[in-house]
Design a protein around this ligand. Structure first.
Ligand code: SF4
Length: 87
């Protein structure tokens, strides 16, 4: 008998190699009310981490395939993903 969890686990396997593994997610996701320069600084910090992540492509692909609306994924901000996605 096959386990129904296998496809789901495969979907997340790449995260085991993530540069952000174990980090505080507040670097990647905006806290309530964050604006302007504070947002840009946080996003830049997240993008620096993504910049040396070995699974960046898989992360970006997952974010696109699952239409992630919030956070920095694969080195791209919410605004960058929105601008790149077909309307
Ligand atoms: S690309 Fe960035 S957000 Fe994605 S797994 Fe790597 S460090 Fe985390």
């Amino acid at each position: 008998m096959t386990t129904p969890l296998k496809p789901l686990l495969r979907t997340w396997e790449w995260q085991a190699e993530a540069a952000c593994r174990g980090m505080d997610s507040s670097v990647f996701f905006s806290p309530p009310g964050e604006r302007g320069s504070a947002r840009r600084r946080r996003e830049r910090r997240a993008q620096e981490i993504c910049g040396h992540c070995p699974v960046r492509a898989a992360c970006a692909g997952f974010a696109a395939a699952s239409a992630q609306r919030y956070g920095v994924w694969g080195g791209r901000t919410e605004a960058e993903r929105r601008a790149a996605s077909p309307r």
